[in-house]
Design a protein around this ligand. Structure first.
Ligand SMILES: NC(=O)c1ccc[n+]([C@@H]2O[C@H](COP(=O)([O-])OP(=O)(O)OC[C@H]3O[C@@H](n4cnc5c(N)ncnc54)[C@H](OP(=O)(O)O)[C@@H]3O)[C@@H](O)[C@H]2O)c1
Length: 279
């Protein structure tokens, strides 16, 4: 895996004392990967999610659990009581039926930053890792990605030293393509089939996050790009998926924005977000 450190200053090491790590959206692909990596390394973890039942897997692995919505600043502040480090993220990546997903992202950003700031004032919180994304720094970023830089900035403003993991495209995105290849023998979308993408598995994002939190990597506050060992195209991925699921010759077909939008709306998506930019 490749990581590019953009911050220039020397590594900031954690202070002394026993660690306690909080992970928000602990039932998401990425959050649960961070929980597993931290617990696997012997670190105590508080797993935060909106539904106690859904947190039972984290509890079974040995995490303490805390029920709070991601847009509930007070609930999150209570979860951060005594934490020395935290992984925070925005989840879900999108809510297809939402009529105003950017407003939801804003509320999640404000609540998590307020909770982090409160924990910082209480004195225990020494370091943060946020989940951001490749291209978060691109001024033309649209859709879910547009909110990630604002999330980075909000956590940055709390004063807690933070590493922002700008992850490449999740391998887990391909689950929809696997289903489509199985059902129809092919898949497609807006991304050109021959565009190499910086793919990464969320398990690897989780491992890197845990290593930063535990101080096993030099903790240099700022953005860090995390990608897998090689860039892959969706054409290549679709061929491999086809071979694996018994659909040899499966192809990825480029689709127009209009066709993609119509398919999303047909599938129950709100009409507001598929083509509109985030504010
Ligand atoms: N996909 C990519 O290629 C990529 C790349 C870089 C960065 N990112 C960023 O990664 C983040 C998403 O990470 P992820 O894919 O690991 O998470 P995810 O699968 O999108 O999110 C799942 C989480 O969202 C919660 N959730 C689901 N529906 C919800 C709703 N209607 N209201 C409130 N919460 C809801 C779930 O809670 P329950 O378990 O309780 O249902 C679960 O904790 C986004 O910020 C995205 O921008 C994505």
């Amino acid at each position: 895996m490749n990581e590019t450190h953009h911050a220039a200053d020397a590594a900031a090491r954690a202070g002394d004392g026993p660690d306690l790590f909080v992970v928000t959206a602990a039932t998401s692909d990425t959050g649960s990967a961070v929980v597993r990596a931290l617990l696997g390394g012997g670190s105590p973890v508080v797993a935060v999610g909106r539904d106690g039942d859904r947190l039972q897997e984290d509890a079974r692995l040995g995490a303490r659990t805390h029920v709070s919505a991601l847009d509930d600043a007070e609930g999150l502040a209570a979860a951060l009581e005594g934490a020395t480090g935290a992984f925070v993220m925005m989840a879900p990546g999108l809510i297809p039926g939402s009529e105003d997903f950017p407003a939801y992202q804003h509320a999640v950003t404000v609540a998590q930053a307020a909770a982090v700031e409160a924990a910082h004032r209480r004195g225990s919180l020494r370091r943060m890792v946020t989940l951001s994304g490749w291209a978060a720094n691109y001024p033309g970023a649209r859709g879910p990605v547009a909110a990630l830089k604002r999330f980075e900035d909000a956590v940055e403003a709390t004063g807690v030293p933070a590493v922002h993991l700008r992850a490449g495209s999740f391998m887990e995105n391909l689950r929809a393509d696997i289903a489509s290849v199985r059902a129809t023998g092919g898949t497609g979308g807006l991304v050109p089939p021959d565009l190499p993408l910086p793919m990464i598995a969320t398990a690897d994002v989780g491992r890197v996050a845990a290593e930063f939190l535990r101080g096993e990597r030099p903790f240099v506050p700022g953005p860090v790009e995390v990608v897998g060992p090689a860039f892959r195209t969706l054409g290549e991925a679709t061929r491999l998926i086809g071979a694996a699921v018994g659909a040899a010759g499966a192809r990825y077909a480029p689709r127009s924005p209009g066709a993609v939008r119509a398919a999303l709306v047909d599938a129950g998506s709100a009409t507001t977000w598929p083509t509109g930019p985030s504010p």
